[in-house]
Design a protein around this ligand. Structure first.
Ligand code: F6P
Length: 499
């Protein structure tokens, strides 16, 4: 498989030449003169329509981007990913999150963990899980950070309308004591279950919060009460999780990366909130996207196109950031989720061969729910000096008052139009003019449900993977976060020695 720098590819140089034609006003002119763009610069994925007619490109650029993907051996890399080959070379293991949503084809240990999850989640939802004093559990406090937090937090928030009314699920990720303290302020120890999620079971912040949870329970329950029924642990370090004293331990495996782990038992709190059937739909949605990624021709493959447009914007048109704007309150946590997925995966400066890269890799990913951001940072999107490519995410159907839904939809469309076409009537004073030609794509789903949420998250996972292949980097390690951890540990040890 190709591990040469992408800049060696003929297509890279061809794209650099094509980019010259897409600076300045080119997008605006293309939109004004070519009525067929919307039909030609679009693709269908499972449950979604993707349009990129408002990006600064045409079919010739798209085709050259596909040539670049072929020159980078994307099909072979994709097969290696999906077959569970050890493509995470610095850690010598696969990144096999797709196996977690493979249904009946999933490895036996995955299917057995899923049955265990289902059994425990149903007990909780039925009120049959009793705490040490015989009271039913009514609140879950999920403790974890990074990939052990962001996924379940997103799913629970996104699907809150269909969540269990009798089971409240809260999250604490920060070691700032106020995070957990605030979650516990009105909680009853007798009815509270902590779900401690840590792949390594060594992450300092999570371990400190888990110890604090023990202390809180011990103070709130009878002195002789066992704390075990108040803890579920999820970890690849099953031994440490058992030693911690959790009543139930759900396994995961070292071949599941933290930021790709929502599909594993890391999603247990989410399953308890939305139910095993809805969680099954969530996995099935991801599976739909896996099959599309595996089979659709590259020029109609939505995750591949999303990745290639990102490459085009970053490497050829100079974008330093990428905004994600879901026009849906339930997806307000998506930007934070994607920050870890994209920036921890592809925020890399050396390639697979250990060479410093001479081209940009992951942009800064940011965003917020529409319409809220319109009254905040959209000013910069329309008139700032930086060009920020945007992914709009919209849903045709959603619950709630149809009149306000129509307003929401009109604003999403208006923002994309205003960015692309601008308003530069010379009769207007300069401060009122908006230049336009600002790029965006729109991902349109029929509705926000568990299946489409699974599809959406898997879509971005495959986007990130594809970009890693183009950039020739390992998307599945995160060595850059280690130094800070070591320094904090050393500082704490020094402070302890002094006291
Ligand atoms: O510090 C980064 C990181 O390792 C992430 O990659 C991971 O998702 C997070 O910490 C939590 O790790 P763990 O699940 O082992 O507690």
């Amino acid at each position: 498989m190709n591990t040469q720098p992408p800049t060696d590819a003929t297509a890279w140089n061809a794209l650099a030449a094509l980019a010259e034609g897409w600076r300045g006003d080119a997008l605006k002119r293309a939109l004004a003169t070519d009525a067929t763009r919307a039909d030609r610069l679009a693709a269908q994925g499972p449950g979604l329509h993707y349009t990129f007619a408002r990006q600064r490109l045409d079919a010739a650029v798209r085709d050259q981007l596909v040539q670049l993907a072929l020159a980078r051996d994307l099909p072979a890399w994709r097969s290696a990913l999906l077959a569970g080959e050890a493509i995470n070379v610095t850690e010598g293991r696969p990144a096999w999150h797709t196996a977690l949503r493979a249904g009946a084809s999933a490895p036996p240990e995955v299917q057995s963990a899923q049955s265990q999850m289902r059994r425990l989640a149903e007990r909780l939802r039925d009120g049959a899980w009793l705490g040490a004093t015989g009271q039913p559990i009514e609140r879950i406090v999920h403790l974890g950070t990074g990939g052990s937090d962001l996924g379940p937090r997103l799913v629970v928030d996104a699907l809150a309308e269909s969540a269990s009314a009798r089971l409240r699920v809260d999250f604490a990720a920060n070691v700032d004591p106020l995070d957990l303290d605030r979650r516990l302020r009105d909680a009853d120890p007798a009815r509270t279950l902590f779900v401690v999620v840590s792949k390594t079971f060594t992450t300092q912040e999570t371990m400190a919060n888990a110890q604090a949870a023990k202390t809180w329970l011990a103070q709130g329950l009878r002195a002789d009460a066992s704390l075990a029924p108040h803890f579920v642990a999820v970890s690849a370090n099953v031994q440490a999780a058992r030693a911690f004293g959790a009543g139930e331990v759900l396994p995961m495996w070292d071949w599941v990366g933290g930021r790709y782990s929502i599909w594993s038992a890391v999603g247990f709190s989410a399953m308890a909130a939305i139910g095993a059937d809805a969680f099954g739909e969530f996995l099935a949605g991801a599976r739909d996207m896996d099959l599309h990624f595996a089979d659709a021709p590259l020029e109609r493959n939505v995750p591949v196109l999303l990745a290639l447009l990102g490459i085009w914007n970053v490497n050829f048109l100079g974008a330093a950031t990428q905004a994600v704007l879901p026009y849906a309150t339930p997806l307000r946590l998506l930007p934070a989720y994607l920050q870890q997925l994209e920036m921890e995966s592809n925020g890399k400066r050396v390639d697979r061969a250990g060479r410093s890269v001479a081209y940009a890799t992951a942009p800064v990913v940011w965003g917020a729910e529409g319409t809220v951001g319109q009254h905040s940072f959209h000013q910069l999107l329309h008139q700032g000096t930086q060009i920020v490519p945007v992914d709009f995410i919209v849903f045709d159907e959603a619950p709630g008052d149809p009149a306000r839904r129509r307003i929401l939809a009109a604003h999403a469309e208006a923002q994309a139009e205003a960015l692309a076409r601008g308003q530069d009537d010379p009769a207007l004073p300069a401060y009122r003019r908006t230049p336009g030609s600002r790029p965006s794509s729109t991902l349109r789903f029929e509705r926000l449900d568990a299946r489409n949420l699974g599809r959406l998250i898997a879509l971005y996972e495959h986007k990130v993977f594809t970009q890693g292949v183009i950039w020739n980097i390992n998307s599945f390690d995160q060595w850059g976060v280690e130094l800070g951890k070591q320094l904090a540990k050393a500082l704490l040890e020094r402070a302890r020695d002094r006291s």
